[in-house]
Design a protein around this ligand. Structure first.
Ligand code: FES
Ligand SMILES: [Fe+2]
Length: 394
């Protein structure tokens, strides 16, 4: 989105929305709807154009949506008032490189809505990361079922057993914020402290130790010391490999934090990798949704980094420039189950189950969920959904 005329489109519910670069300093968001007879003005996902020309009868719009020209204006005896017939704008705000749109004129500005969250994520320097994987899966589940799934760690020991050797989920710290947002902080480079502690470092941690020049043998019987030593080693060696950790605390160097931004966005952040996940409602079927997962990395070339991994080999570093955008992978839940696509093993495990959860909640004999304390984020999310809906109908 660097040059004027660069654009992308995306669908949200029934709407198709254009995001366009107007000038160096300005972006616009507009409904992708021609004001002549309602055709989609832009039919590609992204590109760069001198002007936006509707494919139906050729109405021509400027990058900011201003109607420039309609063929055969003399045939409109009532005239073609360009000011009235420009593309309709939507509110657009950005947080660093992350762009937000809002179809409601009356909501508060983004920074008010996000509260302290922008300050909390600043140390991670997310703008230094580049898109490494771009995926969308179509799921047979309502978008809120997805958000609920990413709103608790209670299921982790059951369906994500591999996490026991990477993170300590039972000691995670949950924080609930005004506006329906929440976050959870999870210790990384450690093991599940509720289960027997292994004598030897798990394989994943051995790899990381070696990359940082630490000898895994030295951690026999001392697996719980790894987290602090990784923090020290990253602090020492990071800059040498081009990672800028200056604003981060020691714990942030080893841990993972997940922000659930109300209503439909989730960020899972580690120092070298960010997942932005977004649930989009299906335009007509509430039992379906689209789940986008954008993986950003400081070093987007490192394929082995798909799951909480880092490359400390300077030879591997090949930071992608704006011109080389990765392909968008678009697939279904069936494709994931068949092993044709993966969103990392952890997300795949969730994807396998979601359809059945959606179906189960429709049972005539299922009245309500029965939540435990760890599922407080699920309750918090729904309390705010209920609050906004009640405001709407006041
Ligand atoms: S609908 Fe776009 S020009 Fe007719
Ligand atoms: Fe999960």
């Amino acid at each position: 989105m660097a040059e004027p005329g660069d654009y992308f489109t995306f669908n949200m519910g029934r709407e198709s929305i254009i995001i366009a670069r107007i000038s160096k300093g300005e972006l616009a968001a507009m409904y992708n709807v021609c004001q002549h007879r309602g055709a989609r003005v832009l039919v590609n996902d992204r590109g760069s154009l001198d002007a936006f020309v509707c494919p139906y009868h050729g109405w021509k719009y400027d990058h900011d949506g201003t109607l420039l020209d309609a063929p055969d204006t003399e045939r409109f005896s009532q005239g073609v008032p360009c000011d009235k017939l420009s593309l309709k704008h939507i509110r657009i705000e950005s947080l660093g490189a992350i762009i937000w749109v809002c179809m409601d004129e009356d909501t508060p500005p983004l920074t008010n809505f996000l509260g302290d969250i922008p300050d909390m994520i600043t140390p991670f320097r997310l703008d230094d990361m580049a898109l490494a994987v771009d995926q969308t899966v179509t799921l047979d589940a309502n978008w809120k079922t997805l958000i609920d799934n990413f709103g608790e760690l209670y299921h982790v020991e059951h369906i994500h057993p591999q996490h026991a050797l990477i993170f300590d989920c039972p000691t995670a710290l949950v924080e609930l914020f005004e506006g329906g947002h929440n976050r959870v902080l999870i210790d990384g480079f450690t093991v599940n402290s509720r289960l027997p502690i292994p004598h030897e470092p798990p394989d994943f941690q051995k790899i990381q130790l070696e990359r940082l020049g630490l000898d895994p043998e030295g951690y026999s019987g001392r697996v719980l010391d790894i987290r602090k030593d990784i923090q020290k080693a990253k602090r020492e060696k990071g800059p040498e490999f081009g990672y800028n950790y200056d604003l981060l605390t020691d714990d942030q160097l080893s841990d993972i934090v997940q922000y659930n931004i109300f209503p439909n966005t989730i960020w899972a952040i580690q120092t070298e990798e960010l997942w932005v996940m977004r649930a989009r409602p299906h335009p007509t079927d509430p039992n379906k949704c689209f789940w986008d997962k954008f993986t950003f990395r400081v070093d987007p070339s490192e394929d082995a980094a798909r799951e909480a991994n880092i490359s400390f080999n300077p030879e591997d570093r090949d930071v992608r420039t704006g011109e080389e955008r990765v392909e968008h992978e678009d697939f279904t839940q069936e494709d994931v189950i068949a092993g044709k696509y993966t969103m990392t093993i952890t997300v795949d495990q969730d994807v396998h189950l979601l359809r059945d959860i959606q179906a189960g909640m429709h049972s005539r004999d299922f009245d309500a969920c029965w939540l435990n304390d760890d599922e407080g984020r699920v309750q918090h999310f729904h309390d705010w959904v209920d609050y906004y809906i009640s405001q709407e109908f006041q």
